[in-house]
Every structure is written in structure tokens, then in C-alpha cells.
Design a protein around this ligand. Structure first.
Ligand SMILES: [Fe+2]
Length: 291
């Protein structure tokens, strides 16, 4: 199996005597393609989805409002669904060629696809979620109907969260990213995708994303897909930092107070007693290493 390419950029620095270079490793790729000949296909898909919605209650998953079908769309047996799955497999082959050096045939084909439909109406959104787990490697969304004029998309955006770990200021709102395609996000910015009809977007199944509230009066229809293959694996591990992240995320105020108190005690004590004379337990507690 190949590896993702790593690029190294030499950067100019305003600090005298400092030459910074930047390597990239595995920042999340998001691929997109707009099928130009989507009109007839989407008209049929729209009808198939609305017919199914009329006779089944749907599931309650990450959708806040809206209707989500059972995860069996790939088995509905309609020619339009089969055409969509063919297009999905074609795009997957392209994605594999982009992310794997000299992929074998069995990596290009042999994908198992699980799919479902989503219909959002006024005020409906989708909470942040991932598709990772099991043998889900990539995930995808196909926009059937964005419910508004493609020339004036103003709601129902899909946002992918930046997972590079690059710190960003909490005091500054992320700049709006916009565009017809999924241009690579700049560091520490979420990526916003416009819901154009015929657009197919493929992303790592582990990449968190959400959908902003749809504010139109028509129906916003998408098809989501889990793309499974047993010949791939993704990095996944348990680690003991996850509890700290939960505390900082949910109790930021108290955690900040504790952090500041610890910093004051550490600096005050160090001014009176040299650090090397501190008992080992105290050093661990005040200097880190306890978690
Ligand atoms: Fe999703």
C-alpha cells in the first residue's frame, strides 16, 4: 500500500535569523466533482427519494429535523440509484489513484457501498458527526437538490472541521470560506462546501462534519454514502488525553481558573525554593507529567 505524499515548504519569516520550513503530513483531503449531466439523473433520484419518504418514517440519527431513510438505498433497485452508484465507484477509483501510489486493481474496485437519503426542510440541520468505524474508509455526499437557486446558495452548507490540530485563536471567528469547489482549506479553518446539484464530495470517513440549517422553502435532498473496503486501514487509537480534552471542551471556565492558579503557585514557589529542591510529587503536579 502506498503513502500520502508529504510536501515541504520553505517559508519567509519576519523574525531575524529564523528560517522556517513547513512539512505537511496527512491533512484531511476532501475531493469533489460536479457531474454536469446531472439534470435527468437528479430528477429521477428526487422522485425516488420522495416516493420512499411518503411511505416510510425514516431514521433518527445525526439529523436535527428532516427525514433520513433507512441505510438501504443501494438496494432500492431503481436504475437512477444504480447510475449514481456507478458514478460513485468511478469517483472512488480516482480518489484511490490520488491517495495511493500505484494502487493494485483490488484497491480500485471491490468497494462495498451503503447509502441513504436525507431530506431537509425549513430549519432542519445535521449535527456534527463522523462516518468512521468498522470498514468505512471514505464517506461521500451527493447533492440531488439544494432547494434553492444554484446561483444564490445561502444555507444548508456542509462544513468539514479542521482536524489538523493547528491552534487557532478563540477570540477570532473563522473567516468564511466559499467557492464552487472544495479548495484546500487554509490551516485551522473549517472547509465549507456549497450544495450544488450534481456535486459529489468524497472525504475520509473519520472527518467530522455538519450541515448548517437549511432556510429555504423547498426540499433539500442529498444522498450520503459509506464506502467500505477491507483492503485499507485508518489510524485509530485510544489515548489518555481524551479525558482532558473532554474537560477542557465542556468546563473551559473552571479549567482555566485551575490552570491559572497552578501557574501562579508554580511561579511563586519557584521564586522562593529552587525547582530541583521540590519533592518529586510536587514537581510532577506543578510542572506536568501527572497527566
Ligand atoms: Fe455525514
Amino acid at each position: 500500500m502506498g503513502i500520502l505524499a508529504v510536501s515541504i515548504d520553505d517559508l519567509t519569516s519576519s523574525e531575524p535569523g529564523l528560517r522556517l520550513s513547513r512539512s505537511r503530513i496527512g491533512t484531511s483531503p476532501v475531493f469533489s466533482h460536479v457531474w454536469e449531466d446531472h439534470a435527468e439523473l437528479n430528477a429521477r433520484l428526487r422522485q425516488v427519494v420522495l416516493d420512499k419518504m411518503a411511505v416510510t418514517p425514516g431514521l433518527k440519527k445525526s439529523n436535527c429535523g428532516g427525514w433520513q431513510s433507512e441505510r438501504d438505498l443501494q438496494l432500492w433497485g431503481d436504475p437512477a440509484i444504480d447510475e449514481l452508484l456507478d458514478r460513485m465507484r468511478a469517483m472512488l477509483r480516482s480518489v484511490v489513484r490520488e491517495t495511493v501510489v500505484d494502487p493494485e486493481e483490488e484497491l480500485l474496485d471491490g468497494w462495498d457501498i451503503e447509502a441513504w437519503a436525507n431530506v431537509n426542510q425549513l430549519g432542519d440541520d445535521v449535527a456534527a458527526h463522523v462516518h468512521g468505524g468498522g470498514v468505512n474508509m471514505w464517506a461521500a455526499v451527493y447533492y440531488v437538490d439544494c432547494g434553492q437557486s444554484p446561483d444564490a446558495i445561502s444555507s444548508g452548507f456542509t462544513h468539514f472541521l479542521d482536524m489538523s490540530g493547528t491552534p487557532r485563536p478563540i477570540s477570532r471567528r473563522a473567516p468564511e470560506t466559499s467557492g464552487q469547489t472544495c479548495a484546500p482549506a487554509r490551516e485551522a479553518e473549517d472547509l465549507r462546501v456549497e450544495p450544488l446539484p450534481g456535486k459529489m464530495v468524497v472525504f475520509p470517513a473519520t472527518l467530522p462534519h455538519y450541515v448548517t440549517a437549511y432556510q429555504g422553502n423547498e426540499k433539500r435532498i442529498t444522498i450520503a454514502l459509506n464506502l467500505r473496503h477491507t483492503g485499507f486501514v485508518v489510524t485509530d487509537f485510544e489515548n489518555h488525553y481524551s479525558r482532558r480534552r473532554t474537560l477542557w471542551r465542556n468546563y473551559r471556565g473552571p479549567m482555566l481558573m485551575m490552570y491559572e492558579a497552578k501557574r501562579v503557585v508554580r511561579e511563586t514557589l519557584a521564586a522562593v525554593v529552587p525547582v530541583h529542591r521540590w519533592p518529586a510529587g510536587l514537581r510532577r503536579r506543578l510542572l506536568g507529567g501527572s497527566n
